[in-house]
Write a protein that binds this ligand. Structure first.
Ligand code: CP
Length: 309
């Protein structure tokens, strides 16, 4: 919309599918939609007559609501299906569910699922564009794009930044998407967390494994804390949340190692007192609610772009 770049993607499945030009194009498109949310009448007719189905098989506050808000601000018709109200509770498979939804001719299906690869599977069985709203520990591309937009807003650039991601890297789809997204845009991503929650081959994705919390945070421009994904921990990989908070939680002392103007991010939901203290979550350096606001603009851009790809 804002650049000459032609957006070539019908489905949005993961950050690995995007070139640097694709990401710049999505962020520019999101920027152009940002001001719609501050109008008194927050609606434009760009997707009038289009149908968006939100199919959420895992709990969500931010992602589900912001896809619905985004679609409605673009005048699309939206419909929500959750695991507890769908016929999967009666034994229907995801593919059968997808084929039945497809028979009603939606234009976009937004899917959150606990199984990695579920959106890819769905995309092979429907005509509609499929947007991955988080699949297992695999990918969460719209979260990464809103994170990139938030960093660009506060730092004015993405190239040459040090981004520190602290927490449960193993089970985090946000970590995987952000390692790919930020490195594609020229940032260096340093990861740190309990050794049981740091994948052995994380460097193969382009991340730098920090040796300590100090190494990860020293001179960082961006500090992102991640939640312990307790729903994906099948074995006890942590002695206790109290010990985790003491060794890996963000508080005033470790944050002093980062740059003075470092911003603090979290994809939410935040477990206050575990991955960060309330004084950090609510500090002037925290951009957590900007991430949520930018989520609407990014999702407007994605719905618009897949609708016109
Ligand atoms: N960041 C994120 O995915 O939040 P929700 O689980 O509330 O959607």
């Amino acid at each position: 919309m804002q650049t000459e770049h032609i957006f070539p993607h019908h489905h949005i499945l993961g950050m690995e599918q995007f070139s640097r030009q694709d990401i710049a194009h999505i962020l520019a498109t999101a920027e152009s939609f940002r001001e719609i949310s501050s109008r008194s009448i927050k609606k434009v007719p760009v997707l009038r007559g289009r149908t968006v189905v939100n199919l959420f098989f895992e709990p969500s506050t931010r992602t589900r609501l912001s896809f619905e808000v985004a679609a409605k601000r673009m005048s699309a018709d939206t419909f929500n299906i959750s695991a507890s109200t769908s016929s999967t509770t009666k034994g229907e498979t995801l593919i059968d569910t997808a084929r039945n939804i497809s028979a009603m001719h939606p234009d976009v299906i937004v899917l959150r699922h606990s199984s990695s690869g579920a959106p890819q599977l769905l995309s092979r069985h429907v005509q509609a564009a499929v947007i991955n709203a988080g699949d297992g520990a695999h990918q969460h591309p719209s979260q990464s794009l809103l994170d990139l937009m938030t960093v660009q807003e506060h730092k004015g650039r993405l190239d040459g930044l040090k981004v520190a991601i602290i927490g449960d890297i193993t089970h985090s789809r946000v970590a995987r998407s952000n390692i790919q997204g930020f490195t594609t845009m020229g940032s260096a991503v340093h990861v740190f967390g309990p050794s049981t929650l740091l994948p052995l081959h994380i460097e193969s994705l382009g991340a730098i494994r920090a040796r300590s919390l100090h190494d990860a945070l020293e001179g960082a421009d961006v500090v992102m804390a991640l939640r312990i994904q307790r729903e994906r921990l099948h074995d006890p990989l942590l002695p206790s949340l109290r010990e985790y908070a003491q060794r890996f939680g963000l508080s005033r002392d470790p944050m002093a190692w980062a740059k003075e103007d470092a911003i603090i991010m979290h994809p939410g939901p935040v477990n206050r007192g575990v991955e960060m203290n309330p004084e950090i979550a609510d500090s002037p350096r925290s951009v957590i609610l900007d991430q949520v606001s930018n989520g609407v603009a990014v999702r407007m851009a994605l719905l618009y772009l897949v609708g016109n790809a």
